[in-house]
Design a protein around this ligand. Structure first.
Ligand SMILES: C[S@@+](CC[C@H](N)C(=O)[O-])C[C@H]1O[C@@H](n2cnc3c(N)ncnc32)[C@H](O)[C@@H]1O
Length: 435
Protein backbone atom coordinates (compact mmCIF):
# COMPACT_ATOMS: atom_id res chain seq x y z
CA UNK A 1 0.00 0.00 0.00
CA UNK A 2 1.27 3.47 -0.92
CA UNK A 3 2.15 5.11 2.39
CA UNK A 4 1.63 8.57 0.85
CA UNK A 5 -2.14 8.17 1.02
CA UNK A 6 -3.35 11.12 3.14
CA UNK A 7 -5.49 10.97 6.31
CA UNK A 8 -8.09 13.42 4.88
CA UNK A 9 -10.03 14.68 7.89
CA UNK A 10 -12.53 16.12 5.38
CA UNK A 11 -13.53 12.50 4.78
CA UNK A 12 -14.40 11.93 8.48
CA UNK A 13 -17.17 13.02 10.89
CA UNK A 14 -15.08 16.16 11.65
CA UNK A 15 -16.18 17.69 8.35
CA UNK A 16 -19.86 17.58 9.46
CA UNK A 17 -19.57 19.56 12.71
CA UNK A 18 -20.71 22.93 11.33
CA UNK A 19 -23.06 21.65 8.65
CA UNK A 20 -26.51 22.36 10.09
CA UNK A 21 -28.46 19.18 10.84
CA UNK A 22 -25.34 17.08 10.31
CA UNK A 23 -23.61 18.71 13.28
CA UNK A 24 -26.32 18.18 15.92
CA UNK A 25 -24.79 15.20 17.72
CA UNK A 26 -21.48 13.65 16.94
CA UNK A 27 -20.85 9.96 16.38
CA UNK A 28 -17.20 9.23 15.72
CA UNK A 29 -17.89 6.47 13.20
CA UNK A 30 -20.17 8.79 11.19
CA UNK A 31 -18.87 9.36 7.69
CA UNK A 32 -18.40 12.66 5.97
CA UNK A 33 -21.08 14.64 4.13
CA UNK A 34 -18.43 15.43 1.53
CA UNK A 35 -17.79 11.76 0.82
CA UNK A 36 -21.51 10.94 0.50
CA UNK A 37 -22.06 13.99 -1.71
CA UNK A 38 -19.28 12.83 -4.02
CA UNK A 39 -20.76 9.31 -4.18
CA UNK A 40 -24.27 10.47 -5.05
CA UNK A 41 -23.15 13.33 -7.29
CA UNK A 42 -24.91 13.19 -10.66
CA UNK A 43 -27.21 10.27 -9.90
CA UNK A 44 -30.66 10.73 -11.49
CA UNK A 45 -33.30 12.47 -9.35
CA UNK A 46 -35.64 9.46 -9.51
CA UNK A 47 -33.02 7.26 -7.80
CA UNK A 48 -33.98 5.60 -4.52
CA UNK A 49 -31.11 5.21 -2.09
CA UNK A 50 -30.82 2.70 0.73
CA UNK A 51 -28.51 3.05 3.72
CA UNK A 52 -28.81 -0.22 5.66
CA UNK A 53 -26.50 1.08 8.45
CA UNK A 54 -27.84 4.57 9.02
CA UNK A 55 -26.04 5.71 12.20
CA UNK A 56 -26.68 9.45 12.43
CA UNK A 57 -28.51 9.39 9.06
CA UNK A 58 -25.78 11.20 7.13
CA UNK A 59 -26.84 9.43 3.93
CA UNK A 60 -30.54 10.19 4.49
CA UNK A 61 -29.98 13.89 5.13
CA UNK A 62 -27.52 14.33 2.23
CA UNK A 63 -29.99 12.56 -0.09
CA UNK A 64 -32.88 14.75 1.06
CA UNK A 65 -30.72 17.88 0.70
CA UNK A 66 -30.08 16.87 -2.91
CA UNK A 67 -33.69 16.28 -3.98
CA UNK A 68 -33.32 12.50 -3.72
CA UNK A 69 -35.28 9.82 -1.86
CA UNK A 70 -33.75 7.52 0.72
CA UNK A 71 -34.65 4.84 3.21
CA UNK A 72 -32.26 4.16 6.06
CA UNK A 73 -32.17 1.25 8.53
CA UNK A 74 -30.58 0.98 11.93
CA UNK A 75 -30.74 -1.51 14.78
CA UNK A 76 -30.33 1.13 17.47
CA UNK A 77 -33.71 2.72 18.38
CA UNK A 78 -32.03 5.91 19.57
CA UNK A 79 -30.38 6.39 16.17
CA UNK A 80 -33.69 5.71 14.41
CA UNK A 81 -35.31 8.42 16.54
CA UNK A 82 -32.43 10.86 15.99
CA UNK A 83 -32.24 10.10 12.27
CA UNK A 84 -35.94 10.74 11.71
CA UNK A 85 -35.71 14.05 13.57
CA UNK A 86 -32.87 15.04 11.22
CA UNK A 87 -34.76 13.99 8.08
CA UNK A 88 -38.03 15.78 8.91
CA UNK A 89 -39.27 19.25 7.94
CA UNK A 90 -40.74 21.51 10.62
CA UNK A 91 -43.46 24.10 10.13
CA UNK A 92 -42.99 27.66 11.42
CA UNK A 93 -45.96 27.17 13.75
CA UNK A 94 -44.49 24.04 15.32
CA UNK A 95 -41.12 25.75 15.85
CA UNK A 96 -42.91 28.65 17.55
CA UNK A 97 -44.63 26.18 19.86
CA UNK A 98 -41.28 24.55 20.57
CA UNK A 99 -39.71 27.87 21.55
CA UNK A 100 -42.53 28.77 23.87
CA UNK A 101 -42.40 25.32 25.53
CA UNK A 102 -38.67 25.72 26.03
CA UNK A 103 -39.12 29.16 27.58
CA UNK A 104 -41.62 27.71 30.06
CA UNK A 105 -39.24 24.83 30.84
CA UNK A 106 -36.36 27.18 31.57
CA UNK A 107 -38.60 29.15 33.90
CA UNK A 108 -39.76 26.01 35.71
CA UNK A 109 -36.24 24.60 35.92
CA UNK A 110 -35.22 27.24 38.47
CA UNK A 111 -38.21 26.44 40.65
CA UNK A 112 -37.47 22.71 40.85
CA UNK A 113 -33.65 22.84 40.88
CA UNK A 114 -33.44 21.82 44.54
CA UNK A 115 -35.84 18.91 44.28
CA UNK A 116 -34.78 15.28 43.91
CA UNK A 117 -35.37 14.94 40.19
CA UNK A 118 -34.81 11.74 38.20
CA UNK A 119 -31.24 10.88 37.27
CA UNK A 120 -30.12 8.12 34.91
CA UNK A 121 -28.60 5.00 36.45
CA UNK A 122 -25.25 5.41 34.69
CA UNK A 123 -22.21 3.67 36.05
CA UNK A 124 -19.86 6.19 37.71
CA UNK A 125 -22.04 9.14 36.72
CA UNK A 126 -19.95 11.66 38.70
CA UNK A 127 -17.08 10.98 36.37
CA UNK A 128 -19.16 12.71 33.72
CA UNK A 129 -20.80 15.52 35.73
CA UNK A 130 -20.27 16.84 39.27
CA UNK A 131 -23.14 16.61 41.79
CA UNK A 132 -24.03 20.27 41.31
CA UNK A 133 -24.24 20.14 37.49
CA UNK A 134 -26.20 16.90 37.75
CA UNK A 135 -28.83 18.60 39.90
CA UNK A 136 -29.24 21.39 37.35
CA UNK A 137 -29.41 18.97 34.39
CA UNK A 138 -31.93 16.78 36.21
CA UNK A 139 -34.12 19.83 36.91
CA UNK A 140 -34.02 20.96 33.29
CA UNK A 141 -34.82 17.45 32.16
CA UNK A 142 -37.83 17.27 34.46
CA UNK A 143 -39.05 20.69 33.29
CA UNK A 144 -38.78 19.51 29.66
CA UNK A 145 -40.71 16.32 30.49
CA UNK A 146 -43.42 18.45 32.08
CA UNK A 147 -43.72 20.50 28.88
CA UNK A 148 -43.13 17.93 26.15
CA UNK A 149 -43.43 14.44 27.65
CA UNK A 150 -40.65 11.83 27.53
CA UNK A 151 -38.33 11.91 24.48
CA UNK A 152 -39.93 9.00 22.61
CA UNK A 153 -42.47 11.28 20.91
CA UNK A 154 -41.89 11.80 17.18
CA UNK A 155 -42.74 15.46 16.75
CA UNK A 156 -41.15 18.87 17.08
CA UNK A 157 -40.40 18.24 20.78
CA UNK A 158 -37.68 15.84 19.59
CA UNK A 159 -35.65 18.98 18.85
CA UNK A 160 -35.84 20.02 22.51
CA UNK A 161 -34.47 16.60 23.46
CA UNK A 162 -31.72 16.60 20.87
CA UNK A 163 -30.65 20.00 22.21
CA UNK A 164 -30.68 18.46 25.69
CA UNK A 165 -28.42 15.62 24.48
CA UNK A 166 -26.02 18.17 23.08
CA UNK A 167 -26.14 20.03 26.39
CA UNK A 168 -25.27 17.00 28.48
CA UNK A 169 -22.26 16.21 26.33
CA UNK A 170 -21.05 19.83 26.37
CA UNK A 171 -21.30 20.03 30.16
CA UNK A 172 -19.63 16.64 30.67
CA UNK A 173 -15.98 15.78 31.19
CA UNK A 174 -15.97 13.53 28.12
CA UNK A 175 -13.08 14.33 25.79
CA UNK A 176 -13.20 13.33 22.17
CA UNK A 177 -9.58 13.76 21.22
CA UNK A 178 -9.28 10.21 20.02
CA UNK A 179 -11.36 7.87 17.87
CA UNK A 180 -13.08 6.64 21.04
CA UNK A 181 -13.98 8.69 24.06
CA UNK A 182 -11.99 9.44 27.23
CA UNK A 183 -12.47 11.64 30.31
CA UNK A 184 -10.73 14.87 31.31
CA UNK A 185 -9.19 14.80 34.76
CA UNK A 186 -11.39 17.64 36.00
CA UNK A 187 -15.18 17.82 36.02
CA UNK A 188 -16.33 21.43 35.51
CA UNK A 189 -19.14 22.83 37.67
CA UNK A 190 -21.94 24.57 35.75
CA UNK A 191 -24.30 27.02 37.44
CA UNK A 192 -27.97 27.05 36.50
CA UNK A 193 -27.63 30.32 34.53
CA UNK A 194 -24.74 28.88 32.51
CA UNK A 195 -26.68 25.71 31.73
CA UNK A 196 -29.73 27.70 30.70
CA UNK A 197 -27.86 30.03 28.37
CA UNK A 198 -25.90 27.16 26.84
CA UNK A 199 -29.14 25.24 26.27
CA UNK A 200 -30.77 28.29 24.68
CA UNK A 201 -27.76 28.71 22.40
CA UNK A 202 -27.97 25.08 21.28
CA UNK A 203 -31.72 25.33 20.68
CA UNK A 204 -31.18 28.46 18.57
CA UNK A 205 -28.59 26.70 16.42
CA UNK A 206 -30.84 23.66 15.93
CA UNK A 207 -33.91 25.75 15.07
CA UNK A 208 -31.80 27.81 12.66
CA UNK A 209 -30.62 24.62 10.91
CA UNK A 210 -34.17 23.40 10.27
CA UNK A 211 -35.38 26.76 8.98
CA UNK A 212 -34.55 25.56 5.46
CA UNK A 213 -36.73 22.65 4.35
CA UNK A 214 -35.21 19.50 2.92
CA UNK A 215 -36.21 19.24 -0.72
CA UNK A 216 -36.03 15.47 -1.06
CA UNK A 217 -37.34 12.82 1.30
CA UNK A 218 -35.70 10.40 3.70
CA UNK A 219 -36.86 8.24 6.58
CA UNK A 220 -35.13 5.97 9.06
CA UNK A 221 -36.55 2.56 10.00
CA UNK A 222 -35.80 0.20 12.83
CA UNK A 223 -34.48 -2.94 11.14
CA UNK A 224 -31.84 -5.63 11.35
CA UNK A 225 -30.01 -5.45 8.04
CA UNK A 226 -28.99 -9.10 8.24
CA UNK A 227 -32.61 -10.07 7.75
CA UNK A 228 -34.94 -9.52 4.80
CA UNK A 229 -36.59 -6.11 5.21
CA UNK A 230 -39.00 -4.37 2.90
CA UNK A 231 -40.44 -0.87 3.20
CA UNK A 232 -43.46 -0.53 0.89
CA UNK A 233 -41.83 -2.98 -1.53
CA UNK A 234 -39.36 -0.33 -2.66
CA UNK A 235 -36.44 -1.60 -4.77
CA UNK A 236 -33.33 0.53 -4.46
CA UNK A 237 -31.17 1.84 -7.28
CA UNK A 238 -28.25 2.75 -5.00
CA UNK A 239 -26.90 1.52 -1.69
CA UNK A 240 -24.67 4.07 0.01
CA UNK A 241 -23.48 3.11 3.44
CA UNK A 242 -20.79 2.70 6.00
CA UNK A 243 -21.35 -0.50 7.99
CA UNK A 244 -19.56 -1.23 11.28
CA UNK A 245 -15.87 -2.11 10.82
CA UNK A 246 -14.30 -5.22 12.37
CA UNK A 247 -12.37 -3.08 14.86
CA UNK A 248 -14.15 -3.67 18.19
CA UNK A 249 -15.39 -0.07 18.43
CA UNK A 250 -18.72 0.00 20.21
CA UNK A 251 -21.33 2.59 19.19
CA UNK A 252 -23.09 2.13 22.50
CA UNK A 253 -20.00 3.29 24.35
CA UNK A 254 -20.19 6.71 22.75
CA UNK A 255 -23.99 6.93 22.66
CA UNK A 256 -24.46 5.89 26.30
CA UNK A 257 -24.88 9.38 27.81
CA UNK A 258 -27.55 10.35 25.27
CA UNK A 259 -29.32 7.03 25.52
CA UNK A 260 -29.47 6.96 29.33
CA UNK A 261 -30.68 10.54 29.68
CA UNK A 262 -33.39 10.03 27.04
CA UNK A 263 -34.42 6.66 28.57
CA UNK A 264 -33.57 4.69 25.44
CA UNK A 265 -31.37 2.70 27.85
CA UNK A 266 -31.99 1.90 31.50
CA UNK A 267 -29.30 -0.55 32.53
CA UNK A 268 -25.77 -1.65 31.61
CA UNK A 269 -27.19 -5.06 30.74
CA UNK A 270 -29.46 -3.49 28.13
CA UNK A 271 -26.45 -1.71 26.64
CA UNK A 272 -24.68 -5.06 26.23
CA UNK A 273 -27.80 -6.67 24.74
CA UNK A 274 -28.09 -3.91 22.17
CA UNK A 275 -24.43 -4.16 21.27
CA UNK A 276 -24.77 -7.90 20.83
CA UNK A 277 -27.49 -7.30 18.23
CA UNK A 278 -25.26 -4.89 16.28
CA UNK A 279 -22.77 -6.25 13.77
CA UNK A 280 -19.29 -6.12 15.30
CA UNK A 281 -20.71 -5.37 18.77
CA UNK A 282 -18.31 -6.04 21.58
CA UNK A 283 -19.59 -4.30 24.73
CA UNK A 284 -20.33 -6.11 28.05
CA UNK A 285 -22.51 -9.16 27.53
CA UNK A 286 -21.62 -9.13 23.82
CA UNK A 287 -18.10 -10.36 24.68
CA UNK A 288 -19.25 -13.31 26.79
CA UNK A 289 -21.86 -14.25 24.15
CA UNK A 290 -19.17 -14.19 21.50
CA UNK A 291 -17.18 -16.82 23.38
CA UNK A 292 -19.97 -19.35 22.91
CA UNK A 293 -21.34 -18.11 19.61
CA UNK A 294 -21.80 -20.69 16.86
CA UNK A 295 -22.11 -19.67 13.27
CA UNK A 296 -25.05 -20.58 11.03
CA UNK A 297 -23.99 -23.15 8.47
CA UNK A 298 -23.49 -20.64 5.73
CA UNK A 299 -21.01 -20.67 2.91
CA UNK A 300 -18.39 -18.01 3.52
CA UNK A 301 -15.38 -17.10 1.36
CA UNK A 302 -12.31 -19.35 1.78
CA UNK A 303 -10.15 -16.24 2.24
CA UNK A 304 -11.89 -15.66 5.58
CA UNK A 305 -10.89 -19.11 6.82
CA UNK A 306 -7.27 -18.27 6.00
CA UNK A 307 -7.33 -15.02 8.01
CA UNK A 308 -9.09 -16.63 10.96
CA UNK A 309 -6.56 -19.49 10.97
CA UNK A 310 -3.72 -16.95 11.00
CA UNK A 311 -5.25 -15.21 14.01
CA UNK A 312 -5.64 -18.56 15.79
CA UNK A 313 -2.00 -19.39 15.08
CA UNK A 314 -0.78 -16.30 16.98
CA UNK A 315 -1.78 -18.11 20.22
CA UNK A 316 -2.13 -14.83 22.13
CA UNK A 317 -4.20 -14.66 25.31
CA UNK A 318 -7.49 -13.76 23.61
CA UNK A 319 -6.80 -15.40 20.29
CA UNK A 320 -9.92 -17.58 20.27
CA UNK A 321 -12.19 -14.71 21.17
CA UNK A 322 -10.69 -12.47 18.47
CA UNK A 323 -10.89 -15.25 15.85
CA UNK A 324 -14.58 -15.68 16.70
CA UNK A 325 -15.07 -11.92 16.58
CA UNK A 326 -13.65 -11.67 13.05
CA UNK A 327 -15.54 -14.75 11.91
CA UNK A 328 -18.85 -13.43 13.24
CA UNK A 329 -18.34 -10.00 11.73
CA UNK A 330 -17.89 -11.37 8.19
CA UNK A 331 -20.58 -13.97 8.77
CA UNK A 332 -23.06 -11.20 9.68
CA UNK A 333 -21.99 -9.00 6.77
CA UNK A 334 -22.48 -11.96 4.43
CA UNK A 335 -26.00 -12.46 5.80
CA UNK A 336 -26.65 -8.78 5.19
CA UNK A 337 -25.39 -8.83 1.58
CA UNK A 338 -27.40 -11.95 0.95
CA UNK A 339 -30.67 -10.40 2.19
CA UNK A 340 -29.93 -7.12 0.45
CA UNK A 341 -30.26 -8.80 -2.95
CA UNK A 342 -34.04 -8.90 -2.48
CA UNK A 343 -34.18 -5.11 -2.12
CA UNK A 344 -32.33 -4.12 -5.27
CA UNK A 345 -33.53 -3.14 -8.68
CA UNK A 346 -31.70 -4.32 -11.78
CA UNK A 347 -28.42 -2.44 -12.20
CA UNK A 348 -28.35 -1.22 -8.58
CA UNK A 349 -24.97 0.19 -7.58
CA UNK A 350 -23.44 -0.40 -4.16
CA UNK A 351 -20.92 1.88 -2.39
CA UNK A 352 -19.72 0.59 0.99
CA UNK A 353 -17.22 2.59 3.03
CA UNK A 354 -15.27 0.20 5.25
CA UNK A 355 -12.02 0.06 7.20
CA UNK A 356 -9.53 -2.77 7.46
CA UNK A 357 -8.13 -3.88 10.82
CA UNK A 358 -5.39 -5.86 12.44
CA UNK A 359 -5.40 -8.50 15.20
CA UNK A 360 -2.08 -9.51 16.81
CA UNK A 361 -0.23 -8.39 13.71
CA UNK A 362 -2.55 -10.29 11.34
CA UNK A 363 -4.00 -7.87 8.76
CA UNK A 364 -7.73 -8.28 8.22
CA UNK A 365 -8.38 -6.96 4.68
CA UNK A 366 -12.06 -6.08 5.16
CA UNK A 367 -12.42 -4.80 1.60
CA UNK A 368 -11.06 -8.00 0.02
CA UNK A 369 -13.13 -10.29 2.24
CA UNK A 370 -16.36 -8.38 1.56
CA UNK A 371 -15.54 -8.29 -2.15
CA UNK A 372 -15.28 -12.10 -2.01
CA UNK A 373 -18.67 -12.29 -0.29
CA UNK A 374 -20.21 -10.03 -2.92
CA UNK A 375 -18.82 -12.10 -5.79
CA UNK A 376 -19.99 -15.35 -4.24
CA UNK A 377 -23.50 -13.85 -3.96
CA UNK A 378 -23.67 -12.97 -7.64
CA UNK A 379 -22.75 -9.28 -7.63
CA UNK A 380 -20.72 -8.03 -10.58
CA UNK A 381 -18.22 -5.18 -11.25
CA UNK A 382 -16.93 -5.83 -7.73
CA UNK A 383 -13.88 -3.84 -6.63
CA UNK A 384 -12.62 -1.26 -4.17
CA UNK A 385 -10.51 1.86 -3.99
CA UNK A 386 -8.70 3.36 -1.05
CA UNK A 387 -10.24 6.56 0.34
CA UNK A 388 -7.96 7.60 3.18
CA UNK A 389 -5.42 6.49 5.71
CA UNK A 390 -6.92 6.13 9.18
CA UNK A 391 -3.93 6.10 11.43
CA UNK A 392 -0.46 7.58 11.26
CA UNK A 393 1.39 4.49 12.48
CA UNK A 394 -0.46 1.40 11.42
CA UNK A 395 -1.57 0.16 8.03
CA UNK A 396 -5.17 1.14 8.57
CA UNK A 397 -7.14 2.51 5.64
CA UNK A 398 -10.67 3.29 4.61
CA UNK A 399 -11.96 1.93 1.32
CA UNK A 400 -14.97 2.32 -0.90
CA UNK A 401 -16.14 -1.09 -2.08
CA UNK A 402 -18.34 -0.98 -5.13
CA UNK A 403 -20.49 -3.58 -6.87
CA UNK A 404 -23.46 -3.88 -9.22
CA UNK A 405 -26.56 -6.05 -9.03
CA UNK A 406 -27.60 -7.16 -12.50
CA UNK A 407 -30.66 -9.32 -11.80
CA UNK A 408 -34.32 -8.39 -11.80
CA UNK A 409 -35.88 -11.21 -9.83
CA UNK A 410 -35.75 -12.10 -6.20
CA UNK A 411 -33.28 -14.90 -5.64
CA UNK A 412 -33.99 -17.98 -3.59
CA UNK A 413 -31.98 -17.88 -0.35
CA UNK A 414 -29.53 -20.55 -1.43
CA UNK A 415 -26.88 -19.29 0.99
CA UNK A 416 -28.03 -21.80 3.57
CA UNK A 417 -26.15 -24.56 1.79
CA UNK A 418 -22.65 -25.41 2.84
CA UNK A 419 -20.21 -28.02 1.67
CA UNK A 420 -18.94 -30.64 4.09
CA UNK A 421 -15.36 -29.31 4.35
CA UNK A 422 -16.61 -25.88 5.30
CA UNK A 423 -19.07 -27.37 7.75
CA UNK A 424 -16.25 -29.21 9.55
CA UNK A 425 -14.11 -26.07 9.51
CA UNK A 426 -16.91 -24.01 11.06
CA UNK A 427 -17.54 -26.58 13.76
CA UNK A 428 -13.83 -26.56 14.50
CA UNK A 429 -13.73 -22.77 14.90
CA UNK A 430 -16.76 -22.61 17.12
CA UNK A 431 -15.61 -25.48 19.34
CA UNK A 432 -12.18 -23.85 19.67
CA UNK A 433 -13.93 -20.64 20.68
CA UNK A 434 -15.49 -22.47 23.62
CA UNK A 435 -12.22 -23.62 25.22
C1 LIG B 1 -20.45 3.01 11.04
S1 LIG B 1 -22.05 3.29 11.70
C2 LIG B 1 -22.82 4.20 10.44
C3 LIG B 1 -22.45 5.64 10.49
C4 LIG B 1 -23.21 6.47 9.49
N1 LIG B 1 -22.70 6.31 8.15
C5 LIG B 1 -23.18 7.93 9.91
O1 LIG B 1 -22.73 8.76 9.10
O2 LIG B 1 -23.55 8.24 11.04
C6 LIG B 1 -22.80 1.73 11.57
C7 LIG B 1 -24.24 1.67 12.07
O3 LIG B 1 -24.73 0.35 11.80
C8 LIG B 1 -25.69 0.02 12.80
N2 LIG B 1 -25.87 -1.44 12.79
C9 LIG B 1 -25.06 -2.39 13.28
N3 LIG B 1 -25.56 -3.60 13.06
C10 LIG B 1 -26.74 -3.43 12.40
C11 LIG B 1 -27.73 -4.32 11.88
N4 LIG B 1 -27.61 -5.63 12.02
N5 LIG B 1 -28.79 -3.79 11.24
C12 LIG B 1 -28.93 -2.44 11.11
N6 LIG B 1 -28.03 -1.56 11.59
C13 LIG B 1 -26.95 -2.04 12.22
C14 LIG B 1 -25.09 0.59 14.08
O4 LIG B 1 -26.09 0.81 15.05
C15 LIG B 1 -24.45 1.89 13.56
O5 LIG B 1 -25.32 2.96 13.74
Amino acid sequence: MDMKIPQRSDYTFKYNKKLGRHGWLRLTPAYSVKLVTEIIDNIPKDSFILDPFSGTATTGVVAAENELSAHCFDINPFLVWLGNAKCRNYSKASLKKLRSGIEKSLFECKAIANEDNWLPDMHNITRWWCEHTLKVLAALRQALVNQFGEPVEDNVSTLAWIAFCRLIIETSSAAFNHISMSFSDEVTTFEIEQVESLYQEIVNAIVQSVSKDLVGSASVHYADSRKPVSINNVRYSHVVTSPPYPNRISYIRELRPYMYWTKFLDTAREAGELDWKAIGGTWGVATSRLKVWESDRIKLPKSLQVIVSQILETKEKNTLLMANYVWKYFHDMHLHLNSLRNNLEKGAVLSYIVGNSSFYGVQVPTEKLLEDSLRSLGFTNVGSKVIRKRNSKKELFEYCIYATWKYTRKLEPKFLSVNSTQSRQLTLFSSMGKQ
